[in-house]
Structures are given as C-alpha cells and as structure tokens.
Design a protein around this ligand. Structure first.
Ligand SMILES: [Zn+2]
Length: 762
C-alpha cells in the first residue's frame, strides 16, 4: 500500500565516517564483494545479459491486463490475476504454485454519514465515473469507499476538527480547552498512518472518526485534479486499512502469530484485538467541506488550516453528525503466487523477492507498477537459465495477495513457514509501486553497502548517469546543512532509510529478523489517486512513468540485486555501515532525551514565571499546561560499549573478507563457505528477541519497528525511543540493556564469521 505521493522522498543523510572523493565512489569497484575476481567477472557478464532483457512494452501490456478490472481480496479478478501470474511463471519454465490462506476481510454493508443539525446534509460517499477514464465506470466490481477493520457502529454526536489526529494535535486541543469526549472527530489524511487516527481519537474518548483528503495535501493546491491533472478530484476518496497492526500484529486478525490455514485455530471476530475501537469512515473533501463549514468554536491553529474556501473552526459543533457503518465480516481466500528457482550449490539458502498483486480497486500504480517489474525480472531470470546460468542459492519469487487490508498474504505465508524461513532465508527484497524519479533505498543496514553497489551499475533513464549518482546529487540538493552536504559527498555509501511498515516486508524483518531491502523510483510526479478508483491504467499512462522506462530500471535494479545475492560465494553483508548507523541512533536517542529534559524544564519555568497568564487573551481563552516531571538521566553506557565492539568486529570482518576474497574459488572451501554463510544469515536474527517489544511481542526486531503512534513510519531502536517519547523511562532503561545485549550477540556472531574467514586464509 504505502502512499507514494504528497510525501517527500526522505533520504536520511548525516554524519560522515570515511573520506573518499565522490567521483571515486560513483563507479562500482571491479571485484564484487563476496566474489573472487574470476567469479566476479562471470557474474558481471550474467548481470549485463540480464539488464538487456526487461522491455517497457511488456511492462505496459502486463499493467493493462492486471489493472483491467478491480482486483481486491475476494473479487473474481483477484483470483483471475493470481492464475494469470501463475500461468506466466509456468510458461517461463519456473516451478510455481498458488498458496491459499483464508482470512477475515470485512466489506461494507451499510455506510451512512449525514449532518443532522444545524442544517441537513447527506454525504455522497461515491466516486463518480469519468467518461474519459475507461475503467472508472466498473461500478459493480468496485469496493465502496471505506476503511477496512473499522468496527460496526451507529453514533450521533457533535463534530470536532482535530487536524491530522496526532497525539500532539490533542495537546493543542487541550490548550484550547476542547475535549473530544463523546464527539465524532474529523481528521485530515497524512502525517500519520490512517489507522493511528481512530486509535488516538478513541484514547481521547471520541466515539467516531472521519478521515478526509485535504486538497492542500493531495488536491488542487498542487496541480489540476484528475482527469485534467494528476491530483485528487473533489469526490475522490482514499480507501485503506485501519487495522491496529502496529500495537498488535499485521495479517489475519483471527490467527495472530500463525498461518491462516484451513485447520488454524481462529479467534471470534469480537476477540480480534486489531479491529478499531470506534467506527471510522474515509471521505472526500467534497463531502467534508459542508461538515467543516458548519463548525464554530475557536479558529483552528494556523498550521491546521487547509485550502478549502472556508474558515477552519475546531468545534465542538454546532454540527451534529450521524455516522453509521456495518460490515460483512466474511472469511475470504487470498492467493499468494510462489515461484522457485532451485539453487545449484546452496539450495538451502534462499533469496526471496516479493510485491503484492491485490489492489483496493484497479491499482495500476499501487501495486501493479512494481508487480510488472517483478514479472519482467522473473522472465529475465528464466531466459538466463535457458542460456546456462545456474544460481548458487535458491531464488523465490512471490506475488502476494491481500496486502492492502494489512499484509495478509505475506504475513500468513511468513507465519506458516516461520521455521523454514528462520533456517533458510538470507535476504528478502520488496517493492510496492513505482513512479518516475530518483531511486529511494531502504533496508537493513548490513545491506547498505550492497545496494549502493547495485545502484552504481544501473543507468538512470532520464539523466543517463548512474541511479546512484542521481540519488546522491538529489540528496545534496535536499540536504539542509553544509555538514550534511559534505557527508553526502564524502561518505562512500549513501545512507539508506530504516524500514517501518506499510508493506509486505514487515513479517520478514520485524517478525523473523531476515535482512531486508525495499526500493522505489519516484518523487517527480505528484498524484492524488492513491487507493481511489482513479488509480488506473489511464492515470498511470498519462501522469506517471508513461513510457515505462522506470519500470525497466526497477526490473534491472531488483533483478541485478537478486542475481548478485544469489550467486555470491560469500553473502555480501557488510557491518561497517551498520555499526556507523547504530552509532548514529545512539547519539539520536541521547539527544532526544536531552531535548526533552530541556523542553520540560523550560516549560515548567514559563509556568512559574506566569507566562501563560501574561499571554492569555480573554476573548480567545486558552488553558495553561500543567507542570511536568523532568525526565531522569538514562544510562547509555551498555549501548556505547556494544557499539564499540560492533565497530571493532565489523572492521575485522571487512579485513578478513578482503584477505580471503582472491581465493574464494578454492574447491576445498565449499563446506567452510556454507558454515560462513550460515553465520552471516544469523547476524540479522541476532537483532531479534523472542519476547519481542514491550506490549507487542509479535515485533521481535529490537532495532526497527513501525511506531505505535506513527504506523508506517519507522521507530529505530523502538523500545528505547518509544520509552522516552511515551515517558516510560524505567522501561527505556531496561530496553537499553536488551538492545545492548542483542548488539553484543550480533558482534560475537560477526567475530565468529571473521574467524571462519581467517581459518580459510591459512
Ligand atoms: Zn501497495
């Protein structure tokens, strides 16, 4: 799902640690990491052959076919698409099958939204077909506009405008003396994942939640609206899941932690923890405007106001709103299409590649724009096989179903195969949609150097420079300070983002600790069709990667990554960038705590000085905040010590690997390489803890997780960071100890891999 629009590409780029000139690192070293000189040359030859294969004409025709009709979970065309993908995998000679799971998937039975006073208004809740857009009129197959996993409800209450519905927005409401207790809130989409909005609203006592698409965020403020331009039209609505996956787990709400197979034990719907506490409905700005216009009360703070031609008041009321939603709580099948290419030397080491095929409606951009690249990669690999290429490791291609409701197909597959995956999975690579612009790379930091290397070998379709160089220059353009620019120029690798959630990698990295990458091209085109009936072939071929050259670049990027990971004699993990990143997180956490201490000290002083009394305007009354306790100091020493070991062992590993690299073809090394690669696969697992994160045991990775109050947005070192943010300081201190222990274990694992290499060097 993952919204690609109206959210700026984020490259997190700070802190230099090496000093190479930028032009030296713009080209990739001749010998690939993890390869002998000879095998590196062979590999490069196969990769060059592969990159010549992906064809924009194929990508276009796959997209036209896969997005021709609505294909959400449980729809006839969803199954049809799965079978079509299967037939292609088989036609290309791959060993493929469909794996089915049966999951809870609610669809709307009743949707009513009306204003009952001071005036009457009934919301349309309907996206109109457009004559020019040929698939927008497939009404009988389109899912209505709704939020999946909203609870059933029938409520009437005064309305309150809550900005984006973030925790800090409610603090502002407190200052305005406004409570949402017993109210229905209306929040804008974006700035937090949509499911966080009803969660926070319910925590503050609201009894219903509306979420609307504000034109300032993805409408006419940016460009013309569809079909003249790419932006959201007045009646366009963002569907989407509001399952509380970040506090519980993604996947089927009735089978948490286990695969939703026919014989799985299922919870009753009423016991499913990830369904919302209050009813939720998404609406268009066409439907939102009369409701917002009927609010009185204080003016909304300036940065809350959007671009509708109305004064934005907060309420509560006088608008009284009636919201009624009821759903068919049905079990529906999801069809994951799985294709396998067995490894010739190491069949028990797996490289896994996935993208979902289901959509909310026609879903040309989300997810088909990257599903077509996945298909073209699979075709490319099958052609290489016919030319005699034999991958060293096993490659598994996965076209996931049920991603949109909340990662159903991938999560159930991960849970059903958890034991095998822990044993065999080396790396998972995910995509979920593709557009036009620079490459955005995210993932496990042990793969940062690897993916930077791949990016140096891919040509950008528009500038003809490498996609790495284009990403670097874009990062320099976006960097805020001279120091940041300097780091981007000097650091050999671009920093990659950490993984939050919102797409199918979640089960792999967060639950099992499998090293993961996630990529997309984008950033040049704006759009406002996300999760609407207008995300279709017409929109994509008029407003996005219209000639599919970025679709080809995507197939080349991920295909090259898969080949390079599958063929390497030594899995190309690197831990120096990882250690550097952990160092950065450690500093960030210390700063977070110090800033919080300063902020609270300052506010307490302002309260004592009478600042709030002095600035009080009796005509616009506000409520002064209460004095708060200054956070205690926390002991970061265990983490700093763990970081020191990690820095040491990561350098040792780098030296040991380069010493052995020339001799990797030695036939006596096969058994030793097997042991070594097993150790390397274990490194990411060492960052997990079987007990998981506090209050959410499904999330086992101690360095990366979706935030409980940010949803898709990542929280790095989540136990510590969220402990500080949520004022659970004792817990944060315990988490520092647990994280440090995991980092020490990881460090020992890396050291053990180095010793394995040193043994081979003798
Ligand atoms: Zn998607």
């Amino acid at each position: 799902m993952r919204s690609c629009f109206a959210v700026a590409l984020i490259f997190t780029l700070i802190l230099p640690s090496f000093s190479f000139a930028a032009d030296q690192s713009a080209t990739s070293p001749t010998i690939l990491a993890g390869y002998s000189p000879r095998s590196s040359q062979t590999e490069r030859d196969w990769e060059a052959k592969f990159r010549a294969i992906p064809d924009p004409a194929n990508l276009r025709s796959y997209m036209q076919r896969l997005s021709a009709r609505p294909h959400h979970v449980g729809s006839p065309y969803d199954k049809d698409n799965a079978e079509w993908i299967l037939a292609h995998f088989k036609e290309w000679g791959l060993d493929a099958h469909i794996e089915q799971f049966d999951v809870l998937f609610p669809t709307p039975k009743i949707r009513v939204l009306e204003m009952v006073s001071p005036t009457k208004f009934t919301a349309k809740l309907e996206e109109p077909a457009l004559a020019i857009d040929p698939t927008s009129n497939q009404k009988s197959e389109q899912l209505p506009t709704y939020n999946a996993y909203s609870i059933d409800g029938d409520v009437t209450a005064p309305l309150v405008f809550v900005n984006y519905g973030l925790p800090e927005d409610y603090e502002k409401l407190d200052r305005l003396g406004i409570s949402v207790k017993g109210a229905i809130v209306i929040a804008k989409y974006l700035h937090s994942w949509r499911g966080v909005k009803p969660k926070v609203a319910a925590e503050h006592g609201a009894i219903g939640c509306l979420i609307y698409s504000e034109p300032q965020d993805d409408g006419y403020t940016h460009d013309n609206v569809f079909p003249i331009g790419p932006m959201r039209p007045p009646d366009g609505v963002q569907r989407g899941s509001v399952m509380d996956f970040a506090s519980n787990s993604p996947g089927d709400p009735l089978t948490p932690g286990v695969g939703a197979t026919p014989d799985a034990k299922r919870l009753a719907v009423k016991d499913a923890k990830s369904i919302t506490k209050i009813p939720v409905l998404p609406i268009s700005y066409g439907d939102a405007q009369p409701l917002l216009a009927a609010l009185a009360g204080p003016m909304a703070p300036e940065d809350w106001r959007g671009s509708l031609p109305i004064p934005y008041h907060v309420g509560p009321g006088p608008a009284q709103v009636h919201l009624k939603v009821a759903f068919n709580w049905d079990i529906k099948p999801v069809y994951d299409v799985i294709a396998k290419i067995p490894g010739s030397v190491e069949p028990d080491e797996w490289i896994i590649r996935g993208n979902h095929h289901d959509a909310w409606v026609n879903g040309a951009e989300d997810p088909i724009s990257a599903q077509v690249s996945l298909l073209e990669e699979a075709r490319g690999l099958s052609l290489l096989l016919k030319q005699g290429w034999k991958p060293r490791r096993t490659i598994i291609y996965c076209a996931w179903d049920g991603e949109e409701p909340m990662l159903l197909g991938s999560t159930e597959w991960v849970e059903a195969h958890a034991d095998e995956l822990r044993e065999h999975a080396a790396v998972y690579i995910n995509t979920d949609g593709n557009d036009r612009g620079p490459l955005n790379m995210n993932g496990s930091h042990s793969l940062e150097q690897f993916i930077n290397g791949v990016a140096r070998d891919i040509e950008d379709p528009e500038t003809k420079m490498s996609v790495w160089q284009r990403a670097q220059l874009n990062a320099i353009a976006d960097a805020k300070s001279a120091d940041d620019k300097k780091e981007i120029r000097q650091r050999p690798d671009l920093r990659i983002g950490a993984l939050g959630s919102g797409t199918d990698f979640t089960g792999f990295i967060d639950h099992l600790g499998i090293a993961t990458l996630d990529m997309a091209y984008g950033g040049e085109d704006d759009g406002g069709i996300y999760h609407s009936i207008y995300d279709d072939f017409y929109w994509y071929t008029h407003f996005s990667d219209t000639n599919f050259v970025y679709g080809r670049a995507m197939a080349q990027t991920v295909g090259t990554s898969v080949l390079r990971l599958a063929d390497a004699q030594v899995l190309p993990f690197d831990f120096t960038d990882f250690a550097d990143t952990v160092g950065m997180y450690t500093k960030e956490l210390q700063k977070l705590l110090a800033d919080k201490q300063d902020e609270i000290r300052e506010r307490n002083q302002e309260i004592e000085e009478g600042m709030f009394k002095a600035t009080f305007d009796p005509r616009r009354p506000t409520v002064a905040p209460e004095k708060a306790e200054v956070p205690p100091h926390l002991n970061f020493a265990p983490m700093q010590n763990a970081l020191d070991s990690l820095t040491r062992t990561s350098k040792h590993y780098q030296q040991s690997l380069s010493a052995v690299q020339p001799n990797l073809d030695n036939e006596n090394f096969v058994a030793q390489l097997r042991v070594l690669n097993r150790e390397l696969m274990e490194t990411e697992r060492r960052l997990t803890n079987p007990d998981g994160l506090p209050r959410r045991p499904w999330y086992k990775h101690l360095l990366y997780a979706p935030g409980v109050y940010s949803g898709y947005g990542v929280k790095t070192v989540p136990g510590v960071r969220e402990g500080i943010e949520q004022k659970r300081y004792a817990e944060a201190e315990q988490e520092i100890v647990r994280v440090s222990k995991a980092l020490e274990d990881d460090s020992s694992q890396i050291e053990s891999a180095s010793r394995q290499l040193d043994g081979m060097g003798k």
